[in-house]
Write a protein that binds this ligand. Structure first.
Ligand code: UGA
Length: 359
């Protein structure tokens, strides 16, 4: 298959493009970053275009027209950016992605659109704590694609612009599908983790996702910061498990994934952020801490101190993956401890090699 992979230079995109090449597909990757594709940049069947999707001198329409399948991973997916540059998040995550989707409509191309588990927002228990008999019941946090509500916070908590943009894009794709104009699959990833998730050590004023913040703190012996006590919970999914699911969606046997929204996640790997910090600290202490080096302490900070004004958080999110299991027979295999060891090994053993380099 000729596959256009937008965002092939990112964390998920680089793992996915590598797998697609292994499976014998021809892949055209587009991205502003190129460091993560080092391993397969010269592989037969791979073409890389080092450009921004918003660059109007790039003929995106022709790239779509000449492909069999379009996979769109282009997005900002980092909460600190939602707070710092909300309009930029809307522009890239909605406007630019919509443009690609409309080329798919025009040229009748199948589209796999990456969205986010964040469209589910908060749990009902977080919004109506007094009205639920058992707010700690995890059933309130298990999100299903076709029945769960999407509960976002107020407009002045501008963290939610990201989830709103992604949700609106999903609604537009769904509407095109209703009119029979677009064959799409929407993927909602639940906190994928693995090698190449972020560049370490990170520089500048951006804040990467929590795994990378904690890993950088462990390597440097500086504090691991728990935002608001680390009580919020996430379900972590190892990248190899995720890529297996995505590859099955690419193959789309008997069109079972057409016009479907699919969660990809690992409900058994749910943990609080505090527990995540403690697990990572113990793994680091046992495997990588060099004699005489300090073990990073765990400290608490407020969300406002850490991210600034406009921050609010998803309290808990557990994927219901029964649909992807039913359609494709997929289920995740890697447990939380093992995914942390595999990912931490990558960074602990090559701590200074992940910084982006100029082309
Ligand atoms: C982000 C994106 O917004 C999601 O769309 C995406 O699906 C997800 O990453 C992902 O990796 O898949 P989020 O889970 O909120 O979502 O991202 P993190 O920055 O990793 O934050 C997770 C939790 O850790 C939050 O509660 C945050 O406040 C906390 N945190 C973060 C800390 O306690 N300390 C830190 O140093 C960084």
């Amino acid at each position: 298959m000729d596959i256009l992979c937008l965002g092939a230079g990112g964390f998920i995109g680089s793992h996915l493009a590598s797998r697609l090449l292994d499976e014998g597909h021809h892949v055209i990757g587009v991205d502003t970053q190129h460091d993560k594709i080092g391993d397969f940049s010269t592989a037969p069947g791979f073409e890389f275009i080092n450009r921004n999707i918003g660059d109007r001198s790039l003929d995106s329409e022709e790239l779509v027209r000449s492909s069999d399948l379009v996979i769109d991973l282009i997005a900002y997916a980092n909460p600190s950016i939602y707070l710092k540059s909300p309009l930029e998040v809307f522009r890239l995550n909605f406007t630019e992605n919509l443009r690609i989707a409309e080329f798919c409509v025009k040229h009748q191309k199948r589209l796999i659109q990456f969205s986010t588990c964040e469209v589910y927002g908060k749990t009902p228990a977080a919004v109506l704590p007094g009205k639920l008999s058992d707010p700690d019941n995890p059933a309130y946090a298990v999100f299903s694609e076709d029945s769960s509500d999407c509960i976002l916070g107020p407009i002045n908590k501008h963290r939610w612009i990201y989830a709103s943009a992604k949700q609106l894009l999903e609604r537009v794709l769904h509407a095109y599908g209703l009119e029979g104009k677009l064959d799409y699959t929407i993927i909602r990833p639940f906190n994928f983790i693995g090698p190449r998730i972020d560049y370490l050590p990170f520089e500048g004023d951006g804040i990467p996702r929590v795994f990378s913040c904690f890993m950088a703190a462990l390597i440097q012996g500086t504090p691991m910061k728990l935002v608001d006590g680390g009580s919020n919970r996430r379900s972590y999914t190892y990248i190899d498990d995720a890529i297996e699911a995505i590859h099955r969606i690419v193959l789309n046997p008997a069109d079972v994934c057409s016009r479907q929204i699919l969660n990809i996640g690992s409900s058994r790997n749910e943990t609080s952020i505090r527990e995540l910090a403690e697990m990572m600290r113990e793994i680091y202490r046992g495997r990588y801490l060099k004699p005489g080096r300090p073990l990073a302490p765990i400290v608490s900070v407020t969300g406002r101190e850490f991210y600034g004004e406009g921050y609010e958080d998803c309290d808990r999110r557990i994927p219901d993956c029964s649909k992807v299991h039913r359609l494709l027979g997929w289920e995740p295999r890697i447990g939380i401890e093992e995914l942390l060891v595999r990912t931490m090994s990558y960074y602990a053993e090559t701590p200074d090699t992940q910084v982006p380099t100029p082309l």
